[in-house]
Write a protein that binds this ligand. Structure first.
Ligand SMILES: [Zn+2]
Length: 129
């Protein structure tokens, strides 16, 4: 994780967001979880984790299974509820790893997701082509 270079405003590729929404939809009612890879300040790719447990309550990230990869900037997971607010467990995860975290809530459309920084404060992510 790169902590020495703060990003003013994160961006995400439209295709990448679409993939997140699709994966969240197809995982429903279970959670979908993945890591986010970025090129500079643009989130471009999802990384699916082997060993990620997708349960009914909360996706568990197995960060220790990851190779060291500095292009990974954060995480994304879905909530099977209409609420994209981070849970206590989410906040402690945000706090440990990554700079940007996306939560996608039911019904997993372009308006039902939110992004947070490592402190759990809501941030804006611009969708780019
Ligand atoms: Zn959550």
């Amino acid at each position: 994780m790169i902590f020495d270079k703060p990003v003013e405003k994160w961006k995400i590729k439209k295709d990448c967001l679409r993939l997140i929404l699709e994966a969240s939809k197809s995982s429903y009612p279970r959670e979908f979880a993945a890591l986010l890879r970025a090129e500079k300040d643009i989130i471009t790719e999802l990384i699916l984790l082997p060993g990620t447990i997708s349960g009914d309550s909360h996706a568990i990230f197995q960060f220790h299974m990851l190779p060291i990869d500095f292009s990974i900037v954060g995480s994304v997971h879905s909530h099977p509820s209409p609420f994209a607010n981070p849970s206590k467990a989410d906040l402690s995860l945000f706090n440990k790893k990554g700079m940007v975290h996306i939560i996608v809530a039911y019904p997993f459309d372009e308006r039902s997701w939110k992004a947070y920084n490592w402190k759990g404060e809501e941030i804006e992510i611009e969708v780019v082509d």
